[in-house]
Design a binder for this molecule. Structure first.
Ligand code: DAK
Length: 258
């Protein structure tokens, strides 16, 4: 199944792959792509058959950022009316795990899109960066905040203030990327991880995502309380009974999401 600029694929049981498809513009995120992403992510959220989402581009680019040609002539009011922040929020609000499968360039808004995913699998030759400073603006999709959270103030400032790109290996060493694999392994590996997550209890998966993300904005003690409450909640699920019974009976669990 394919959409205008987002291709929708089902590469494994419980896994939906959303592929940004604007190869002529290095997958730059124009408004149409941003809106389609939100639409497809909402469809994944509503579909109980989808348990994990993989976001991908192509071999040249995951996404080279916001579409500069679409932004170049805009004024403040026009930028406000586009509601890009709301679209970012809706993209980040996916309750299901999202894995970025990054090959080629992940720059500006493309780097930010990867950062709002939960896991980032990058190819050896992937290039990350927040080059907005070079075109007279600053990151607007979370780059000043999520990058700083991920790699720390001094590394983040180094890259935000110069716009220099950095390699997948550097991104991994700084803690921005979950894993670096050979370029041709990026998508198969991301899908394999997604399929493993899809086979877990979706209730426990959702609680982990929720507690990790909410906890990042909380004082530690409150976050630890949230964690304990979520754990207690899972003891009322069939999946908890099944998971523990399967361990005791030395068999693989079958999670129903109940
Ligand atoms: N926008 C529009 N077109 C782009 C593009 C982009 N970001 N990136 C590449 N293209 C187009 C090129 O213009 C070229 O088009 P034609 O000339 O063929 O018509 C085609 O894609 C191929 O590009 P290149 O010839 O440059 O290809 P190379 O392989 O040589 O270089 C590159 C690839 C990715 C290194 C290079 O294209 C590049 O530096 N691109 C720009 C990267 C960049 O500066 N990205 C940051 C954009 S600013 C907001 C939230 C977030 C944002 C904005 C607002 N709100 C909440 C309001 C985000 C801002 C950004 O991301």
């Amino acid at each position: 199944m394919s959409g205008a600029e987002i291709m929708v694929e089902s590469p494994a049981e419980g896994v939906r792959l959303l592929r940004i498809h604007r190869p002529e513009a290095r997958n730059a995120l124009n408004m149409a792509v941003r809106r389609l992403l939100v639409k497809h992510i909402a469809a994944c959220s509503a579909d109980p058959g989808v348990r994990c989402v993989v976001l991908a581009g192509d071999e040249k680019a995951f996404a080279a950022g916001a579409d500069i040609k679409e932004m170049a002539g805009a004024g403040t009011v026009e930028m406000m009316k586009r509601g890009v922040l709301d679209l970012w929020r809706a993209t980040a609000a996916s309750p299901k795990p999202m894995i970025a499968a990054v090959r080629g360039y992940a720059l500006g808004g493309g780097c930010e899109l990867a950062q709002l995913c939960d896991i980032i699998i990058a190819g050896e030759s992937a290039k990350f960066g927040q080059p907005e400073i070079r075109i007279g603006i600053i990151p607007g999709g979370g780059g000043t905040q999520r990058l700083t959270q991920a790699i720390g103030k001094h590394k983040a400032m180094r890259y935000l203030l110069t716009g220099d790109p950095f390699s997948a290996r550097d991104a991994e060493a700084m803690g921005l990327v979950s894993e670096v694999v050979a370029d041709e392994e990026v998508e198969p590996h991301a899908v394999a991880i997604a399929a493993r997550i899809a086979a877990m209890s979706p209730l426990a998966v959702q609680q982990i995502k929720d507690v990790v993300l909410r906890g990042m904005d909380m004082p530690l003690d409150a976050a630890l309380t949230l964690e304990t409450r979520a754990l207690h909640l899972l003891f009322s699920t069939q999946d908890q009974k099944e998971g523990m019974a399967a361990f005791i009976e030395k068999r693989e669990p079958v999670f129903s999401g109940k």
